[in-house]
Design a protein around this ligand. Structure first.
Ligand code: GDP
Length: 314
């Protein structure tokens, strides 16, 4: 058991949350820091919505709707239905009634002048999380998806409203040049014995984190090894648009391409044993069963990858 290790994890939403729930059992939760993508965040009906932070938070609090991987289990949509029926507000973004409590409180605290980092800490504490949840930064850095069919779309329009059907030309992170690394994120990375990159979507979930000025440089000079896990298994994404985006960007849909994308940052890569093996100079690669269907799979992968990285130094 890696109970004596500080672990920092760069992470997105549903795919990342699977590994997160394995890690809290395979390592000491108090020594885990999740640095979470907030490029998907947006404002809806005056409320600040942070989909990836909430997916992680609900997962680690045991509240998540396991069928979809996001949202609160056994939630209702009375508010959303009333908005649609009485006020003709299109309910394209699903917000459950229990989930709304989080958005109301988060927005209330933000309006009082607290930072997203502080607000996230307070929400996570009240839900009893033992691990640390950190937004990638306190600035708003919305992901904009430039599509062939519909031009530029806000992330949630692309992802939810149009169900990631439009063809991607480019992805940008609005205002990222002005974003600042928070002290909490910097500290979590500097104190980490190992940094993991979850099997999240590299282009939609990890790219916004890596776009924060100074973050790549910090990762490059850390003493701790940085290890990524493949989101591609047998030439496909397990869920979501990762493989589709790779094709649209003219990339080969393979774990090798994902490893290449993280090149310069990572020291190790956890590939899936269903993939064609590959080698890259200077990169340690292991093939493990990375398909996480139930909790036992999640814990097994977390244990295996922590064991593999063992006592590495850079
Ligand atoms: P989102 O922000 O909710 O879209 O979720 P993420 O970005 O965190 O994760 C999406 C990625 O997770 C996709 O590329 C999936 O292929 C990957 N993924 C989902 N489940 C698994 C799994 O069981 N194993 C692996 N290796 N990848 C997974």
């Amino acid at each position: 058991m890696a109970l004596d290790k500080n672990i920092a994890v760069l992470i997105g939403g549903v795919g990342g949350a699977k590994l997160a729930s394995g890690l809290v059992e395979a390592a000491a939760p108090e020594r885990l820091s999740f640095i979470v993508n907030t490029g998907d965040d947006f404002w809806r009906l005056g409320l600040k919505i942070c989909p990836d932070l909430d997916t992680l938070m609900y997962t680690l609090a045991g509240l998540v709707n396991l069928e979809c991987g996001w949202g609160v289990a056994d939630d209702s949509t009375v508010t959303l239905d009333s908005l649609a029926r009485h006020y003709q507000i299109q309910p394209w973004f699903r917000l459950g009634d229990k989930d709304l409590a989080t958005h109301l409180l988060r927005t209330h605290w933000l309006r009082q002048g607290r930072s997203l980092t502080e607000v996230t800490t307070c929400l996570a504490e009240r839900l009893g999380l033992r691990a640390t949840l950190l937004p990638m930064c306190d600035d708003e850095v919305p992901t904009i998806v430039d599509t062939l069919d519909r031009g530029e779309l806000g992330f949630q329009e692309y992802f939810v409203k149009y169900a990631w059907a439009p063809v991607i030309r480019a992805i940008r992170h609005l205002n990222c040049e002005k974003a600042r690394l928070s002290e909490q994120v910097r500290k979590a990375l500097l104190e980490a014995d190992i940094v993991l990159i979850a099997p999240s979507n590299p282009w939609l979930s990890l790219a916004p984190i890596l776009a924060i000025p100074g973050l790549r440089e910090l990762l490059e000079r850390l003493a701790a090894p940085v290890v990524a896990v493949t989101p591609i298994i047998a030439g496909e994404a397990v869920k979501g648009p990762t493989a589709k985006i790779m094709r649209e960007l003219g990339l080969d849909v393979s774990a090798r391409e994902v490893a290449r994308y993280y090149g310069g940052i990572i020291d190790g890569f956890v590939d899936d044993l269903r993939n064609e093996p590959f080698e890259t100079e200077g990169l340690r690669i292991v093939q493990l069963d990375t398909l996480m269907i139930d909790q036992a799979d999640k814990v097994a992968l977390a244990r295996a990858l922590l064991e593999w990285t063992g006592s590495w130094t850079r």
